[in-house]
Write a protein that binds this ligand. Structure first.
Ligand code: ACO
Length: 383
């Protein structure tokens, strides 16, 4: 007989506060997100991803000189990954999920970083920079290799979003796609103590290294209840096929007691502010060939699902509108969650630095609800 669940526990740590952070302010009732006090709307409109990484890590926006230095360092030190890593990725099993590939490749990157075990603030910032600059290279590398193409070496001139698209396709990226990817990266860079950030901080709290923390965080983000939802949303849109079938699909899904991917959030009980921005982006794509149809399907799904679920506090989350926006930028559907990694590595690494600056081992307890005592029964006497 299964043991009875404890009533008084905060299942899934819902509502439990476990640390102070200076990174993201979130008001889940009002739908507000600010990085270091700056509204996400202003950052999405005006900032480059590199600026946001600097802001999260250093606590203030960079001056023009500081930003130039930061970007130059990124390009110089860290966009190129070691040949040993490239060779290994070429031999990874074809057909593996890109998140499993990325999790393993990031761990491998740590293996080839001579400074991986050096635990000073400077060394850990260098590792954070290596991860931020190296992850887009790893994602593009696998995409090229699995399609039988040669990897494209990183550009020395392009910004973060543009360089990623260039490595993916080998062509000069168009401005609309660069802007879409940059905005996406800005919007998802940090979000309090979500499951993957909590994982990263838990690993860091044992005084393990930065690469271990980020590898663990990638494994956590992979799950469909967290970052893996963006891929599932796009698959749902494909399954629905056309806007006229979308409302019936929503009704059938909910009537069967199933969840709609890209809906619901542990913290937001109103519309996620990032989803609001991405919906505007998606709507602007409605006239685009190849993409417009999926935007139309997404909007009918969103409106029909909101009608049935919003009274319960279930609204579209950031992953819902991410799907058509990433699709419009030419990102393969199973690479959506790796692009989430490419963004969230900013928050993860900044949180690891914050944890390291004032560390205490994270070690909660479980309430034992199994049998208190029972005898050891020898093998021959067991039923
Ligand atoms: N579709 C339909 N109903 C839902 C959904 C959904 N997507 N999400 C929650 N509900 C319902 C539940 O069935 C439950 O209903 P009940 O009270 O009648 O039983 C109620 O809302 C509360 O659900 P919980 O599971 O308790 O909410 P929780 O905070 O634990 O879960 C989660 C949050 C995991 C995000 C959930 O909303 C979900 O599964 N969403 C779909 C996956 C998804 O989009 N994940 C991405 C989240 S954003 C991110 O990680 C970047």
């Amino acid at each position: 007989m299964p043991a009875e669940k404890s009533e008084e526990l905060a299942r899934g740590l819902a509502g439990v506060t476990v640390a102070d952070t200076e990174m993201s302010f979130i008001d889940g009732e009002a739908g507000v997100l600010r990085y270091r006090g700056i509204p996400i709307e202003d950052l999405a409109e005006n900032a480059s991803y590199e600026e946001v990484v600097y802001l999260l890590r250093q606590g203030e926006l960079p001056t023009a000189t500081q930003l130039d230095e930061f970007k130059a360092n990124l390009v110089k030190c860290c966009r190129t990954v070691p040949d040993e890593v490239i060779d290994a990725v070429r031999h990874f099993p074809s057909g593996a999920h890109p998140m499993a590939i990325l999790r393993t490749a990031v761990s491998l990157l740590g293996l080839h970083d001579p400074g991986a075990e050096v635990e000073t603030r400077t060394a850990n910032e260098a590792k954070a920079t290596q991860l931020m600059a190296g992850i887009p290279t790893l994602i593009a590398l696998y995409e090229r290799v699995r399609n039988g193409q040669e990897p494209v070496p990183p550009s020395q001139e392009l910004g973060h979003a543009a360089n990623f698209l260039y490595m993916l396709t080998g062509e000069d990226p168009n401005e609309v796609a660069v802007r879409a990817i940059n905005t996406y990266l800005v919007l998802l860079a940090d979000h309090g103590f979500n499951a993957s950030t909590f994982t990263a901080r838990t690993i860091a709290s044992t005084e393990s290294d930065m690469y271990s923390a980020i590898t663990g965080a990638i494994g956590t983000l992979k799950g469909p209840l967290h970052g893996g939802a963006n891929e599932r949303v796009m698959k749902s849109l494909f399954e629905i096929e056309s806007p006229d079938k979308a409302k019936a699909w929503v009704d059938q899904t909910l009537d069967k007691g199933q969840r709609i991917m890209g809906f619901g959030h542990r913290v937001y009980k109103t519309l996620d502010p990032r989803a609001r921005i991405l919906r505007q982006y998606a709507e602007a794509l409605a006239e685009e060939p190849d993409v417009g149809k999926w935007v139309d399907v997404a909007i009918v799904v969103a409106d029909a699902a909101e009608e049935r679920l919003s009274a319960k506090g279930i609204w579209p989350n950031v992953d819902f509108y991410s799907a058509p926006v990433l699709y419009s930028a030419g990102i393969p559907v199973d690479q959506f969650t790796p692009i989430f990694v490419m963004s969230r590595v900013a928050g993860w690494t900044a949180h690891v630095l914050e944890q390291q600056a004032d560390n205490r081992l994270i070690r909660p307890r479980a309430k034992y609800v199994g049998p208190r005592e029972q005898p050891y029964v020898p093998m021959g006497e067991r039923a």
